[in-house]
Design a protein around this ligand. Structure first.
Ligand code: ATP
Ligand code: MG
Length: 396
């Protein structure tokens, strides 16, 4: 729906956890994230915080649908109200605008409504009760099919008399959550699969800024496989804001593990080194946690015992937001956030190339540690080298 009169949006956000000093942090982060999201939308916008409310105002021609879509990706927003804003040119002008607003917003007038006027400015000649009655009357005159229902109206028309006058009646749901930047930072282990982009989305939704690490194994994994991860990072960044993507060259470590360790333990040992390296990179970029797309029992490396073994190498908390989801639930979410189509592109994954036919599903930590002793000669240098040669790609 495109209403030519809409030039501004009132942004509604959750109040929970935004008391006192936190409120400023929350609102400032929300303003920043809105500005970031609107960068890719055609048009110029002013994003302002006035009297504890956030407004987005178009300063030029703009694409309404694109704007709404961008705002729907900003965590912390619970509602987006397209709004008509006018100067106060007297009641008749307001009444005419409200009639025009209804004409443009609603196709037929077979519904009930109620006017909810508020005066934030007490020098307006009519008080709220009078405004409700007068505007209701004007609307009924203009559209005789309308009916008033003061208890459960289909349409609640908000009229706010402030410095300017705000008129709105539609609230488009936002994604909820908290603005990115209000809850620290974590490192997402981002593969080319379905699960990890969803995991990154879910943690970012709680206000956590994210960076990402991808383990690349050239020439076993192609440039195209890496590009797919870059593409996924871009899609996640539409919600999370800018991401620094670390690309780790993992080939040497993988081959070394392959040569030295029992093949049924490869995946576990490899994953332990991934976690170790990711944790070091996380520390270096000021992250307080790791994020993976693991889900209990999905594959051999994700049984509880396997995760017990991989988790053991890190001291940082590891967040696994899809841990209790079925595959279909993760797929549904990835479709909703728009990562699915990219995730299912068929490119090789470093985990699948070196995977054994029958990986252990119940690894024993002592056995794994013992196998890793066979790596003692070179592994520390290799890990150091992998970290020192990491490629950083700025996604924004
Ligand atoms: P995904 O769909 O996220 O690839 P998956 O079902 O393929 O997950 P695994 O391959 O066992 O599961 O990986 C489990 C988790 O480990 C992934 O969700 C991701 O967080 C991390 N991971 C796996 N491979 C890589 C990689 N090459 N680079 C970075 N992280 C990885
Ligand atoms: Mg995978």
């Amino acid at each position: 729906m495109e209403v030519v009169m809409f030039k501004a949006f009132l942004i509604k956000y959750g109040e929970i956890g935004v008391k006192g000093k936190n409120r400023y942090l929350f609102e400032d982060a929300l303003v920043n994230q809105i500005k970031f999201a609107l960068k890719e939308v055609e048009g110029e916008f002013a994003v302002t915080k006035v009297d504890g409310r956030i407004y987005v105002q178009a300063q030029s021609e703009f694409d309404y649908d694109e704007t709404v879509d961008a705002l729907k990706r900003v965590f912390g927003i619970i509602g987006i109200c397209p709004m008509v804003q006018i100067e106060d040119n007297g009641f008749d002008d307001l009444a005419a605008t409200v009639v025009e607003y209804f004409k443009q917003t609603y196709k037929n007038m077979n519904f009930t409504f109620k006017v909810n006027a508020r005066r934030a400015r007490k020098n307006y000649p009519l008080d709220s009760m009078q405004l409700n009655a007068e505007l209701g009357h004007v609307l009924l005159e203009a559209f005789p099919e309308l009916k008033v229902d003061v208890h459960k109206p289909d349409v609640l028309l908000q009229v706010e008399i402030r410095q300017q006058i705000n008129i709105y009646s539609i609230e488009i749901p936002g994604p909820g959550g908290m603005p990115v930047g209000t809850n620290g930072k974590a490192m997402l282990l981002l593969s080319g699969g379905i699960d990890s982009p969803v995991a990154g989305y879910m943690i970012a939704k709680r206000g956590v800024k994210i960076d990402a690490t991808y383990f690349h194994a050239p020439p076993y994994t192609s440039e195209r496989a890496k590009q797919k991860v870059v593409d996924l990072a871009k899609l996640v960044a539409r919600y999370s804001g800018p991401i620094t993507l670390n690309v780790v060259d993992f080939t040497e470590i993988q081959l070394y593990i392959y040569d030295q360790c029992p093949h049924d333990e490869l995946t576990i040992i490899m994953r332990r080194y991934m976690m170790k390296i990711a944790e070091e990179l996380a520390n270096r970029s000021d992250c307080q946690g790791l994020i993976t797309g693991e889900s209990i029992g999905q594959v051999a490396s994700q049984t509880i015992k396997s995760m017990y073994c991989t988790n053991e190498v890190c001291t940082m908390p590891v967040f696994r937001p899809v841990i209790g989801f079925d595959k279909q639930e993760i797929v549904d979410l990835s479709e909703k956030i728009g990562t699915y189509e990219t995730s299912i592109q068929p490119f090789e994954d470093c985990c699948t190339i070196f995977v054994a036919k029958h990986p252990v599903t119940k690894p024993n930590l002592n056995v794994i540690r013992k196998s890793e002793l066979k790596l003692a000669e070179k592994i520390d240098d290799m890990v150091r080298k992998a970290i020192d040669t990491v490629e950083k790609i700025e996604i924004n």
